[in-house]
Design a protein around this ligand. Structure first.
Ligand code: NAD
Length: 461
């Protein structure tokens, strides 16, 4: 039996970062991963390949329709989908390979195979060469999440699939039906819409992007409709089937919808398959998540859990933060995650980004707030870019002026939100942002102006 001081199960963004932090502290650390490529869902079949395709499809769209306005005349623009997909695969390969190098550099022992808890401090890894028995004082579960099933819809791994299939369609579907108007549905739907597919989004709720600021989501929907997205809100999907290369989607109260492919994007569920939770004495909650205390400790002595497999949003950067905090707590006794300062970004066009509380949450909690808003169309850089859709909304405590939430829809919102996350982390007031100098002409000035608007002092609007 091989022994380590700390073993992480799962090499996604939460797991590999936790392992590196442990190695930095000098712990004899190992990581168990069943896939040959490290990086988890995010790097292999999630965030990274989807962003690669979002960039490529946006360039294609721009080349077809966007350059003329800049006075740039192009000849006929063609699509080489095979090459686009190959480039995406190369981006993934470079990054997963990079994680492999980081693991080596930090002298972390890697075990390839499915890991299972096997009693106090013990793990069994099902490797290609048989069972490998391991022992550790500290075990961190970072096994992530998997696609949530939808009743009545059987994924066939091809025409009716999840985001995994939708990142590798070998042709542009004539008509793609997306079930679920969340992050995956809108991002992946954007890719195929830009490449020429008709995209119909079926959403059970009466709004898109649940959890995001409702006003921004409504504004986003209008922009997406202008781009060509067809939305059916309040649509309850009851079934989907493939018949001779065509798909039929059944929706309660509507005529069946015919299409070429179906993307099921109705959420993700924790992945605890074959993990041996029972044997370890850990009972998942009703949603299948592993219950943990504020320091990520499970009910079992010496076993911790982080990331998608525990409570909170299923986001790579949240998992990373938890991985670091969990290991720091184990080693130093201190470690903390500020869940109010974790941004969420939808990488659509324009991007939608958010950090802290929404107006709905503040109203529900009975917190008085002041609101400052500023549109991108009044910003010089946005005009120069030719991307004027969207706005920034800052919510500040009515009494203390402390920034409680920032919501952005507009160009590069995903990058701009970083300033807001830092402001919230530092307990800044809207006055602090308003009095911080922002370079001109930049998109970031929209944040400053929205902060000024909290006190009714915006200059350019
Ligand atoms: P999601 O929870 O964001 O959205 C799922 C959507 O499906 C919801 O709007 C829900 O109302 C709808 N839905 C559920 N059942 C339905 C039904 N029967 N018919 C029609 N609609 C239905 O989930 P997702 O988009 O699948 O993403 C999964 C996870 O991955 C999320 O937790 C998300 O945080 C994460 N993710 C994040 C990013 C990002 O940060 N940019 C990108 C992709 C995925």
């Amino acid at each position: 039996m091989k022994q380590h001081e700390l073993i992480v199960i799962g090499a996604g963004p939460g797991g590999y970062v936790a392992a590196i932090r442990a190695a930095q502290f000098g712990l004899d650390t190992a990581i168990v991963e069943k896939e040959p490529a490290l990086g988890g869902t995010c790097l292999r079949i999630g965030c990274i390949p989807s962003k690669a395709l979002l960039e490529s499809s946006e360039l294609y769209q721009e080349a077809r329709h966007g350059f003329e306005a800049h006075g740039i005349a192009l000849g006929e623009v063609g699509l080489d989908l095979k090459k686009m997909l190959k480039r995406k695969d190369a981006v993934v390969k470079a990054l997963t390979g990079g994680v492999g190098s980081l693991i080596k550099k930090n002298k972390i022992t890697r075990y390839e195979g499915h890991g299972r808890l096997a009693g106090s401090g013990k793990i069994v890894v099902d490797t290609a060469d048989g069972d490998e028995k391991l022992k550790a004082k500290h075990i961190v579960i970072a096994t992530g999440s998997k696609v949530a099933p939808l009743r009545g819809v059987k994924l066939d791994g091809d025409r009716i699939g999840s985001s995994t299939e939708a990142l590798s369609y070998n042709e542009v579907p004539g008509h793609l039906v997306v079930i679920g108007a969340g992050y995956i549905g809108l991002e992946t739907g954007s890719v195929w819409l830009r490449l020429g597919a008709k995209v119909t989004v079926l959403e059970y709720l009466d709004r898109i992007l649940p959890g995001m600021d409702a006003g921004l989501a409504a504004e986003a929907q209008k922009i997406f409709e202008k781009q060509g997205f067809k939305f059916r809100l309040g649509a309850k999907v009851t079934g989907a089937a493939v018949n001779g290369g065509r798909c039929t989607v059944e929706v309660e109260g509507l005529d069946p919808i015919e299409c070429d492919r179906v993307l099921v994007a109705v959420g993700r569920i924790p992945n605890t398959d074959g993990l041996g939770l029972d044997e370890a004495g850990i009972e998942p909650d009703k949603g299948g998540r592993i219950p943990v205390d504020e320091h990520f400790a499970t009910a079992a002595q010496g076993i911790y859990a982080i990331g998608d497999v525990i409570r909170g949003p299923m986001l790579a950067h949240k998992a990373e933060e938890e991985g670091i905090a969990c290991v720091e707590r184990i080693v130093t006794g201190f470690g903390h995650v500020n869940y109010d300062a974790i941004p969420g970004v939808a990488y659509t066009h324009p991007e939608i980004a958010s950090v802290g509380k929404t107006e709905e949450q503040l109203k529900e909690a009975g917190i008085d707030y002041r609101k400052g808003q500023f549109p991108f169309r009044a910003n010089g850089r946005a005009r120069a870019l030719g991307q004027m859709d969207g706005k920034v909304k800052i919510l500040a405590d009515a009494e203390t002026d402390r920034v409680l939430g920032v919501h952005i829809i507009g160009p590069r919102a995903g990058d701009l939100i970083a300033e807001a996350a830092v402001a919230i982390e530092f307990g800044a007031s809207s006055e602090d942002i308003a009095r911080s100098n922002h370079a001109h002409p930049t998109l970031a000035e929209v944040l400053k102006e929205a902060a000024l608007d909290v006190a009714g002092r915006a200059i350019h609007y």
